[in-house]
Design a protein around this ligand. Structure first.
Ligand code: PLP
Length: 407
């Protein structure tokens, strides 16, 4: 079978569109946010895609992310950068989750998190559009993926993270060739520095949703889920929500698949899961608001979802509401308990953000929000190996008497 990257395939982007006003923007030129200060969405000629591509043709291709080429923005195959973006598996967790629960394990992607999906696309587009220097605020995983892909294509990167970002993240960012700075603030404080430098023309701003193409990369999670389920989507999806790129992307993917006639109008209920120490979307959802105010004093062990303010807040809230889902908050103790039980009972080491989805699912079972017989997908967005684990301090003196009964 030939690689998805050795074949030039036609591309179908028609334009970009402001997610709040609907205003049209030209494709193939560099854009940040729309004039209204909101994310831009990539639009395709889906009728033409439909005439070119069938589910059968797609099924014959290798299963990596570039199989979806006609639904992705990169024009020139030579601009594609890749570190092996595989289709991630759906892993049952019968003991800690239950018989109908699958974990989409995104920790197996390059750089160990699903940030690779978004950044591989955004970096390919940056290359295509001639960007030479990029800056980004990050809680860790996005910075690592940015650094890796940019080093590969020779784009310079400057990354800013909160000073308490997990040590491993800061080091992997540096190791993969970015200049990384620890900042005494939260991710939106880092974002302010990036924004200031961008306004001065020092670099291109790669903050979440402030360039249009990360959503397109994250969208492939929704495309994959549909294909993996035989073009039938699960009943409910639990997604750990920070900036919300993945949730917004999947929601967009489902629409595009319906327009292609590959799925029907049914949608999973989308559950946006946040940590109760940083839950701006949950608060806005419960108050019936369209936008979410900044969450003060944000704290949680789940660093990837410690996002006090999201520019795509209204897109997350819309998708959750249209789907009949909810925004759910879970506490750190429940998150850590879920991580431990999944690891000890089912042998799958989740990241804390993934643990949050399992904790939220169990809570939703208790409250009757979901039924045990519904097909549920939880997202584990990074490998658990990137996060601090409880110590295992026992030692054994091989020269002394060994009490084998006590081992
Ligand atoms: C970034 C991140 C999230 C949140 O993803 P968004 O799509 O930005 O909401 C969740 N979990 C992990 C591990 C992350 O790195």
């Amino acid at each position: 079978m030939s690689s998805n990257l050795t074949t030039d395939r036609p591309t179908f982007v028609t334009h970009l569109q402001c997610s709040i006003t609907g205003e049209r923007y030209e494709a193939d030129t560099l854009h940040g946010l729309s004039r209204a200060g909101r994310p831009l969405l990539v639009r395709y000629d889906l009728d033409a895609v439909k005439a070119t591509l069938s589910r059968e043709v797609l099924a014959a291709r290798p299963t990596d992310m570039w199989r979806w080429r006609e639904l992705l923005p990169v024009r020139g195959t030579e601009n594609i950068v890749s570190l092996g973006e595989i289709e991630t598996p759906l892993i049952p967790i019968p003991k800690s989750g239950g018989g109908n629960v699958l974990v989409k394990d995104e920790g197996r992607l390059p750089t160990g998190s699903f940030k690779a999906r978004g950044l591989v696309m955004a970096v390919a587009m940056a290359k295509e559009l001639g960007v030479t220097r990029i800056a980004m605020p990050t809680n860790g995983n996005a910075g690592a993926a940015l650094a890796a892909y940019c080093s590969r294509v020779g784009i310079e990167t400057i990354v800013f993270c909160p000073e308490d970002t997990p040590e491993i993240n800061v080091r992997e960012i540096a190791m993969q060739g970015a200049r990384v700075w620890r900042v005494n603030g939260l991710i939106d404080d880092c974002g302010a520095i990036v924004g200031k430098g961008a306004a001065e023309g020092r670099w291109f701003d790669f903050s979440t949703l402030k360039e249009p193409y990360r959503i397109e990369g994250k969208k492939t999670m929704g495309l994959e889920l549909a294909a993996q389920g035989g073009w039938r989507l699960p009943d409910a999806i639990f997604y750990p929500t920070g900036g919300g790129t993945g949730l917004i992307g999947m929601w967009k993917a489902f629409d595009e698949l319906e327009k292609l006639g590959w799925i029907g109008p049914e949608r999973p209920r989308m559950y946006a899961v946040q940590a109760s120490g940083c839950a701006p979307i949950v608060r806005a959802f419960e108050a019936g608001e369209e936008h979410a105010e900044r969450w003060e004093d944000a704290h949680t062990v789940a660093a990837g979802i410690r996002v006090p303010r999201a520019v795509g807040d209204f897109l997350i809230l819309r998708a959750v509401r249209e789907s009949g889902g909810k925004a759910l908050g879970v506490g750190d103790p429940a998150i850590l308990k879920a991580v431990e039980e999944c690891a000890k009972q089912d042998g799958l080491l989740l990241c804390p953000e993934g643990g949050a989805t399992l904790a939220a699912y169990r809570e939703a079972l208790k409250t009757g929000e979901v039924d045990e017989d519904e097909r549920v997908v939880l997202f584990n967005c990074a490998t658990g190996l990137k996060y601090p684990m409880p110590a295992a301090p026992q030692t054994l003196d091989r020269h002394g008497a060994i009490d084998f009964d006590a081992l």
